[in-house]
Ligand binder design. Structure first.
Ligand code: ADP
Ligand code: C5P
Length: 242
């Protein structure tokens, strides 16, 4: 005995399964850190590929009338604010190449009042403050990116965004920040930074990081394409750890 536990379980996915599935990228980070900006830059550079962006905000739970009446007391930054089971269901469809309807979340009305049809894609980017929190969601990801932006910059951007785009007054934005946003960042978001493969300082200002990420995705997509044609390459890849 060497003291290690040896699993006797056989893999449940074959080489062909693995390489027929889309490449999934998770992008986490604090609110207003620049996640969406970084995702848009990646999508723009991968214009010749089939890429879809999925926002964790689409999976906010619907509020009850009571919660809606006292919305200033609702914690939108806690993991329980999201319907993660629905997110997993949607991701499962997309991973298996099936089109799926995703709710469109409206930050002003606090409701999802429409759906958008998302077609199967070669790359799925899943973006949101807490996409690294649930291990089942993390396991779907082939690449994990954490957008790391200073707290003062995030707060300044949030004030500007929420007052102009969400029609909120500055007092409400600051109260929400100190009551929920900052504590949740410290307790739930920052601790997930350790799961990232890549940490991008300064978000969308960091063109070098975005270029390198896009280059890596292209390399991986090339390997996917090769392995779709020659499934046995998977064995060679595993052996040499490419
Ligand atoms: P997140 O998706 O993390 O909430 P966004 O990418 O939506 O962040 O950015 C939050 C706000 O900050 C938006 O209003 C956006 O226009 C602005 N913003 C993002 N990146 C930059 C940047 N590099 N310089 C200036 N403003 C930025
Ligand atoms: O796009 P971003 O990652 O910034 O979205 C997450 C933020 O949106 C959270 O910090 C949460 O407080 C905020 N939010 C909000 N109102 C909602 C839903 C989320 O202010 N109705």
């Amino acid at each position: 005995m060497d003291g290690f536990e040896h699993s006797t379980e056989q893999p449940t996915t074959s080489a062909t399964d693995v390489y027929n599935q889309p490449f999934v990228i998770g992008v986490a980070g604090g609110a207003a850190s620049g996640k969406k900006t970084v995702c848009d830059m990646i999508v723009q550079q991968l214009h010749d590929q089939r890429v879809v962006l999925v926002n964790q905000a689409s999976f906010y739970n619907n509020l009850t009338d009571e919660e809606l009446a006292r919305v200033q007391d609702y914690n939108f930054d806690h993991p329980d604010a999201f319907d993660t089971e629905e997110l997993l269901r949607v991701m499962d469809h997309l991973k298996h190449g099936e089109a799926v309807d995703i709710p469109k979340y409206d930050f002003k009305s606090y409701k999802s009042d429409a759906l958008r049809r998302v077609n199967p894609s070669d790359v799925i980017i899943l973006e949101g403050i807490l996409v690294f929190h649930d291990p089942r969601v993390r396991e779907l990801m082939n690449m994990k990116i954490f957008v790391d932006t200073d707290a003062d910059v995030r707060l300044a951007r949030r004030i500007r965004r929420d007052t102009s785009e969400k029609d909120r007054d500055i007092g409400t934005v600051l109260d929400q920040y100190s009551k929920f946003v900052k504590p949740a960042f410290d307790d739930f978001i920052l601790p997930t930074k350790k799961y990232a493969d890549i940490i991008i300082p300064r978000g969308g200002d960091n063109h070098v990081a975005v270029d390198l990420i896009v280059q890596h995705i292209r390399t991986k997509l090339g390997q996917h394409d090769l392995c779709k044609i020659y499934p046995n390459l998977y064995v060679i890849q595993s052996t040499f750890q490419i």
